[in-house]
Write a protein that binds this ligand. Structure first.
Ligand SMILES: [Ca+2]
Ligand SMILES: [Ca+2]
Ligand SMILES: [Ca+2]
Ligand SMILES: [Ca+2]
Length: 284
């Protein structure tokens, strides 16, 4: 199963109690931080001189007496705060913990781009619930909130074609991400993932593709109308189709692509000069 958003909640049997996000996030952060203090990864492999070129995989291990000299994940981790809005509009901040083992050299995807990745998903008991050893294309816009925010911190790599026609990737970004359940599956369960599970992903980002989901001439990441960095949920005409999926953003009957730049001067039109471009302005 890809790290996708589930479209519906647990079915009617109601066996899963719905917990409060602000309570659950504290529990999850505790669980994750305990894991980070008691585990390390093979960071020495990543710091060796030729690590840029070759294929690199993250391996995590428990700190024991014989490995007590290793630096725990906790001392290497970065934190990105992600606000999760509930249906009532209340926002709960969640910590996405992450380690960039190798940064990559080309460019960061946006949180709504398509990415070509390998990944491994684990629980904090080290159970692997999903693994892709060969790269797959995945739309970050359809992925878990914590997953897309994490992968967007990586840079893609270079590739070349071998004589036998296969593509070889090098110098790509490799990272490790720790998601509280609120930016993972939260109360949703799958065969392999119990409800309210913090998730661990290691990800290699081979390449990425800027994505314009509705083909209206504006990249999805630039359909972030309120400027909070996240185009998901932005809906100018309130028709419940977000701008990044709406081919007529202002609902005036003219497709965005046909009112973006009518005079073809490469400047987005604002006919009445009110600071709102025509494609977002139902009056124009
Ligand atoms: Ca678009
Ligand atoms: Ca937004
Ligand atoms: Ca809309
Ligand atoms: Ca329009």
């Amino acid at each position: 199963m890809f790290p996708l958003l589930l479209s519906c909640n647990k079915d009617d049997d109601n066996t899963v109690e719905i917990r409060d996000r602000s309570d659950q996030v504290l529990l999850d952060e505790q669980t994750i931080e305990e894991y980070l203090r008691t585990h390390y990864y093979n960071y020495e492999d990543f710091s060796s001189s030729n690590s840029f070129e070759v294929e690199m995989k993250i391996r995590i291990d428990t700190i024991t007496d014989s490995t007590s000299d290793r630096t725990p994940l906790f001392d290497q981790v970065n934190v990105k705060t992600i606000n999760v809005a509930d249906s009532d509009g209340i926002e709960t901040p969640h910590k996405l913990y992450y380690i960039i083992a190798r940064e990559g050299i080309v460019s960061n995807p946006s949180i709504v781009d398509s990415v070509y990745i390998t990944y491994k998903g684990m629980l904090t008991d080290n159970h692997i619930f999903d693994e892709r050893k060969y790269p797959v294309w995945l739309d970050l816009a359809n992925s878990l909130q914590g997953f897309r925010e994490g992968v967007s911190e990586l840079k893609s790599g270079e590739f070349r074609q071998n004589s036998n026609g296969t593509i070889q990737y090098s110098s790509y970004g490799v990272g490790l991400f720790f998601l509280p359940s609120g930016i993972g599956y939260f109360e949703n369960t799958t065969a392999n993932i119990p409800e309210y599970s913090p998730l661990i992903f290691s990800v290699s980002l081979m390449t990425s593709n800027p994505t314009d989901h509705d083909n209206d001439g504006i990249l999805s990441i630039n359909e972030d109308i309120d400027g909070d960095g996240d185009p998901l949920g932005d809906d100018t005409d309130n028709d419940n189709i977000w701008n990044m999926y709406d081919s007529d953003d202002d609902g005036d009957g003219t497709l965005t692509i046909n009112e973006l730049d009518k005079n073809n001067d490469q400047i987005i039109d604002d006919t009445d000069n009110d600071g709102i471009p025509d494609y977002l302005d139902p009056d124009n």
